[in-house]
Design a protein around this ligand. Structure first.
Ligand SMILES: [Zn+2]
Length: 94
């Protein structure tokens, strides 16, 4: 994949607009703290928001052996705050 980080430093902002987490797909409410990142994938700009714990889960995922070279699907029900898909590790999923 052609992932190119533009601003992927883990910067935390307070949301002024509701969004859904890129990792777990759950709602991020106005006023909530979220990691913001901007990146380019296959030539297209994207900007996303994530729960801070989901951002670190994503870091673990891409550093770990389960890493799928194609990345993860937006809203593909990754486990919140965990470096794997929801349902894959039922004991560990919250
Ligand atoms: Zn999340």
């Amino acid at each position: 994949m052609s992932y190119e980080p533009i601003d992927d430093s883990g910067r935390i902002v307070q949301l002024r607009k509701a969004a859904s987490c890129e990792w777990c797909g759950q709602q991020l409410a106005v006023g909530e703290q979220a990691v913001t990142r901007t990146y380019r994938i296959q030539g297209e700009f994207h900007s996303g928001r994530m729960h801070p714990e989901c951002y670190s889960a994503m870091r673990d995922y891409f550093a770990g052996p389960d890493c799928d070279a194609d990345g993860f699907f937006d809203g593909h029900a990754m486990a919140r705050g965990k470096p794997y898909e929801a349902g894959l590790h039922p004991q560990g999923a919250s």
